[in-house]
Design a protein around this ligand. Sequence first.
Ligand code: FO1
Length: 324
Amino acid sequence: MSAERILVLTGGIGGAKLCLGLQRILPPAALLIAVNTGDDFEHLGLHISPDIDTTVYTLGAIANPDLGWGRRDETWSFMRALQSLGGETWFQLGDGDLAMHVERTRRLAAGEGLSAITRDLAARLGVRAQIAPMSDQPVRTIVSTPEGNIGFQDYFVRLRCAPVVTALTFRGAEAAEVSEPIAQALRGPGLRAIVIAPSNPYLSVDPILAIPPMKSLLLASSVPVVAVTPIIGAEAVKGPTAKIMRELGISPSPLAIVEHYRGLIQGFVLDSRDAHLAQRIDMPVQLCDTLMRTIEDRERVAAAVLELVAALEGRSSAPAPEVL
Ligand code: FO1
């Protein structure tokens, strides 16, 4: 079998944009996506998997273009009715989105695994790529703050990332297994490369890497592993990455991201605005405008990733620093 598949490790909105670009330029069945489930939580009696849904909606072309999460052309009758009853409304669930959570929760309660449910729901929504949770077992991101430990969505949505982050832990990761579709891809033939999306390294990618067999399989893999920068200059493209880095005592810069993934990646997609930093990165670097506002932007970043992979193929180790 020729090595054709690209495995992407991703979180929410930024990662989903890259995945859409890849889905558009790769042949069908060539894209497998391992999604962070550390953001999952139980809310209003429902199992909510925000990053899975963001990825499914984006690749199914039904994502809300303004919010990045949730569905386009959404209605909010349920939220209004809940509010009139004095219910909890800090986490917004649109009517169409609610159907996803209700159906997922029903199927989980009936004994189906999250991988199987995700595969089926994504296919029903017209997604061509294969999307799988990082694990079928629960892993929950816990944010430590000076006021105590809080769940991820409490930190991210209810408190709008305001608390200072002193540590992040991934409850359940130690005992979790890699989901079957991802484990099979990492063990078997047919994998061409592994791509770490421009998602938040601390909140979105670290929960994936915190699963011990995932880390071992990634390190044992012989295919190129590359990361796309989530930082341009000293700022995150989106979200609280730079804020969290400062709070954890890390100076926000693409160089810190390279350091964070050291030992795992052999190539790095650096934003063209940071071209002056390329000579300080001791592995092949692909320069690219990594801002993804339009569909063309997403395809451009996806193409840059594949160019870097092509340049790395056949190399057992990275030689001298090089800008591609
Ligand atoms: N993000 C918000 O900022 N506010 C919300 O009310 C909200 C609701 C929501 C509902 C379903 C869903 O799949 C995602 C939702 N998100 C919301 C986004 C989400 O919580 C975060 O973007 C991710 O967890 C971070 O990747």
